[in-house]
Design a protein around this ligand. Structure first.
Ligand code: PHE
Length: 345
């Protein structure tokens, strides 16, 4: 006695329909079609009224059962879709920490940065502090305060990059680290024992021993009764500490507007250990930088009493040190960032 035919088929159709749903959204609209007001199920329910009371009860139970089976199908499908979504997410987010991939090896600091760190260490070990200044400077710090007035012929010693800022030729890329001397003396009273490393710029044509962006480390001592002997001793101590006991320094007369007397300092050529080679033009010596006793005009420019205070300063190329220490034949390589080369030094 089956008062309603086709109810089982209804459930079977619904099962197929639900199983084909691949998203929550599809499942929602399928559920509305199968169970909503316009569904076959709802229509069958409405037609119950036309049946005899006994049949109606049996058919009603049948429809109720069919509805709850379809509701279960929908709920199960909903859970299944959620499970699949979670699995997909876990799979996509998976991190296999045991996976070994051939990839870039661990990085290292550029040889110029390492050289700078080592030079700082040597000077800190001698009692100096490390200071820094800006790479964009005013004419005052880079030249005037260093006893180089406008139009002074000594300006030709530094081919300068000027910036298109303010009045013409007033703002520039510093050509040396010497302006930091001025900033340090302005910021603190003597005694001063400081080194000032940093990047500098000059309009030089690049060649084996010159690059337009390079690095210097400046040294400044201001105290009472500082002599040229202190300067020479400091340079020699630094040279053997950094390059080793077989490398020595020597000073040769030179001219800088901000030191008097001034000297160039040279170190034993590390390539030939002083016996003479092509790199040092057979002299056995390589020029590293300049130095001298701080000119009284510079002390006066920052308001120090030149009768009470005296000092010495030096400045030399960090890149040149790296070149000497690692026997780098061409300095341009330091700017090229060719990893095949940088990995070897
Ligand atoms: N600033 C000078 C240069 O770059 C070097 C120097 C520094 C000379 C300090 C004397 C004293 O050429």
């Amino acid at each position: 006695m089956t008062p309603l035919t086709g109810v089982d088929g209804l459930v079977d159709d619904a099962a197929e329909r639900v199983a084909a749903c691949m998203s929550d959204e599809a499942l929602r609209s399928a559920a509305a079609e199968l169970l909503g007001k316009r569904s076959l199920l709802a229509g069958a329910h409405r037609s119950l009224g036309t049946l005899e009371p006994d049949d109606r009860r049996a058919a009603g139970r049948q429809l109720h059962e069919a509805r709850s089976r379809i509701e279960h199908l929908v709920a199960d499908r909903h859970q299944e879709l959620a499970r699949r979504a979670r699995q997909r997410m876990l799979h996509d987010d998976r991190l296999d920490l045991t996976e070994v991939r051939p990839g870039p090896s661990r990085g290292r600091l550029h040889v110029v940065q390492r050289t700078r760190d080592e030079l700082e260490d040597v000077f800190v070990g001698m009692g100096f502090v490390v200071e820094e200044g800006p790479e964009v400077e005013t004419d005052w710090y880079n030249f005037e305060a260093l006893n180089i007035p406008p139009a002074h012929p000594a300006r030709g010693m530094w081919d300068t990059f000027y910036l298109d800022l303010g009045d013409p030729e007033t703002i520039l890329l510093r050509t040396h680290t010497s302006p930091v001397q001025i900033r340090v003396m302005e910021a603190q009273p003597p005694p001063i024992y400081a080194v000032m490393p940093g990047r500098c710029y000059r309009r030089d044509t690049p060649d084996a021993r010159h690059i337009p962006i390079f690095h210097q480390i400046e040294g400044l001592v201001v105290d009472r009764h500082v002599t040229f002997a202190h300067l020479a001793g400091t340079i020699e101590t630094f040279t053997t500490a950094y390059f080793g006991p077989n490398i020595h320094s020597r000073l040769r007369p030179a001219y800088f507007p901000f030191t008097e007397p001034s000297a160039e300092f040279e170190v034993t050529c590390t390539i030939c250990q002083g016996s003479g080679c092509r790199t040092c033009s057979q002299t056995g010596w390589i020029e590293l930088g300049g130095c001298g006793m701080v000119d009284p005009a510079v002390l006066r420019a920052v308001g120090l009493d030149a009768d009470t205070w005296s000092g010495f300063a030096f400045g030399f190329g960090i890149d040149r040190c790296a070149q000497m220490r690692h026997q780098i034949p061409d300095m341009r390589i330091l700017l090229e960032n060719d990893l095949r080369y940088l990995r070897q030094i």
